[in-house]
Design a binder for this molecule. Structure first.
Ligand code: ADP
Length: 544
């Protein structure tokens, strides 16, 4: 529900009148001061990657003012976070914590319930609390970005000794990305899997430390991921059961060298053979990082826009004959594999020969190192990312369509050619049916692949935005029918995705709801996050 203010409409938290909201804000100011609170009744600026909007989802798939905050508050300490949580319980106002809020394509900083108060955790809580060279670990507050951590390590003289693992872009929060289970591309690419120890403010305001830090005086807090007894960390990831105020992470000791490479597969059907050849290499850790097998056209999108390549497109998806022409022009194949070998040359050089020999049977396959490709090649940027150096190249493909907004469809696949082909076939057919290009990449771990399909739409065209959302909904259902589920999704689609994980009469959701109700009886913490609704919201029509 929106009310007019002198500046613009203000979206109030559910069930709260303007009068109550104003009193609640006065109460919040009484302990937070005025300067750390912003009422969201100004103009809605989408900003850009560098100037992230905290007021709403700048890549909105629904109406621009649906996923919107009533106010943004920036705590400066764990004690502030506790006080804000107690305040939220008193006024029954939902909170939505973000670390940086650059979760673009998944909802950005926007809350699931309109009128929630967004907590900008990263603005003032942005310290690197510890770096330990000997155990290759660090302890961070929410506002530490990948770039910030990278620069800090250089500043304290450890830049050559400890590598970080960056996702595609380095401006996000290390903590936020790990909590949402994002991935990177070095051997430490599983960000959640490489966290160690958390400090969390629970929905009742209590603070808890997990792992060895639960034992006062322990010096193993960042060395051992568990504590005695139940392992509870998981209930705080992609979840709404607490606000994380500090978190430990493992870093990567410099392996003494790295050989990044690119393998180009010319034909579309090479996908099957490429993936099946990769599987034993991933399992045995011959390839020990998180490499990617990328659609050639997706690479092309980093070199030019759709209009550059095909001025007559008229908003249509690129047909295969035009794709072939573009791939030829850019010296690409239907699929391009980017990987890296880690260690000194004496290890990587012979391993590279082994890698090449495994793929040599695939017709027209090409192997390239950095010295074999032009300066503008995307391989150089992947090489930086594989070495833990943040880059901004991934922003380039936003030029593929004008005013690009992005949405991701992200199913998990076995490392199997048949599955990869099935997923690509289904996704591509549906993308074309809905008038979008299929732009997919597989990020490959030892036993599974994250298949990330990027749907780019023109934000200035509401019809296109709605069509993108419809496409995503169809993809989620189609994938579930084939037995595939997503690892992460936009806030608008959490209910639908959660609904597909329904084995045994929704046993998983019922467990999540039991935990939610026990920890958050007033339902003030991120209601609706990942499709989990607190008791007071259930059956009220909140699901989308
Ligand atoms: P990034 O800017 O790194 O992409 P965000 O700050 O947007 O990440 O956070 C990603 C998601 O993780 C958010 O949607 C938010 O719900 C959750 N999250 C981020 N930081 C915290 C935190 N400190 N405590 C609890 N949840 C968080």
């Amino acid at each position: 529900r929106s009310v007019e203010t002198a500046r613009r409409k203000l979206t109030l938290p559910p069930g709260i009148s303007l009068h109550q909201f104003e009193r609640a804000m006065d109460d919040l100011r009484s302990f937070m001061g005025t300067e750390h609170i912003e009422i969201n009744d100004g103009p809605l600026n989408d900003g850009d990657y560098y100037h992230t909007a905290l007021s709403h989802d700048s890549y909105s798939v629904m109406e621009r003012d649906y996923f919107i905050a009533s106010a943004v508050v920036s705590p400066g300490s764990t004690a502030d976070v506790q006080a804000i949580v107690r305040w939220a319980n008193k006024w029954k106002i939902p909170l939505w914590p973000v670390s940086i809020g650059r979760n673009l394509g998944y909802g950005g900083a926007a809350p699931r319930v309109p009128g929630s108060v967004v907590m900008n955790m990263g603005l003032r809580m942005n310290q690197i609390l510890n770096v330990d060279e000997h155990t290759a670990t660090c302890v961070l507050q929410p506002g530490v970005t990948y770039v910030g951590l990278y620069e800090h390590l250089k500043k304290i003289g450890l830049g050559d000794k400890l590598l970080i693992d960056v996702p595609d872009l380095g401006g996000g929060s290390v903590m936020g990305n790990a909590l949402d289970r994002g991935v990177g591309y070095t051997p430490m690419g599983d960000h959640w899997g490489n966290h160690c120890g958390m400090e969390v403010v629970l929905p009742n305001g209590e603070v808890v430390r997990t792992g060895m830090d639960a034992l006062p005086g322990s010096n193993c807090g960042q060395s051992y991921q568990h504590n005695f007894g139940p392992s509870v960390d998981g209930i705080f990831s992609q979840a709404s059961n607490g606000i994380v105020t500090r978190m430990g992470f493992w870093l990567m000791p410099n392996p003494g060298g790295m050989l990044p490479f690119m393998i180009t597969f010319k034909h579309r059907d090479d996908l099957i053979d490429a993936v099946d050849t990769l599987r034993p290499m991933m399992l045995s850790r011959l390839l020990g990082n998180i490499p990617s097998l990328r659609l050639g056209m997706w690479d092309a999108a980093t070199y030019g826009s759709k209009s550059d390549y095909w001025p007559e497109h008229g908003g249509r998806p690129v047909p295969e004959d035009i794709e072939d022409r573009i791939l030829e022009q850019e010296d690409l194949g239907a699929w391009v594999f980017y990987g890296a070998l880690y260690g000194p040359d004496s290890i990587t050089a012979p391993t590279w020969e082994v890698v090449k020999s495994k793929f040599a049977h695939i017709k027209d396959v090409r192997f390239q190192l950095r010295e074999d490709v032009p300066e503008r090649s995307y391989l150089h940027d992947r090489a930086a990312v594989f070495a833990g150096v943040p880059t901004w190249r991934e922003l380039d493909w936003h030029r593929w369509v004008p005013n690009a907004g992005e949405l991701f469809f992200a199913p998990i696949s076995p490392v199997s050619g048949v599955d990869a082909k099935k997923q690509v076939g289904m996704c591509k057919a549906r993308c074309i049916e809905y008038g979008f290009d299929y732009l997919g990449t597989f990020y490959i771990a030892a036993r599974e692949m994250h298949h990330i399909v990027t749907i780019l739409f023109d934000r200035a065209k509401p019809e296109e935005r709605r069509r993108a959302e419809k496409l995503l909904r169809v993809l989620i259902d189609d994938a579930a029918k084939l037995g595939y589920g997503e690892y992460r999704t936009h806030i608008a689609l959490g209910d639908q995705v959660a609904g597909t994980y329904n084995w045994n009469n929704n046993a998983l959701m019922r467990l999540n709801e039991t935990i939610k109700d026990a920890l958050d009886p007033n339902g003030i913490m991120q209601p609706g996050r990942s499709g989990v609704w607190p008791k007071s919201y259930r059956g009220q029509g909140w699901e989308l």
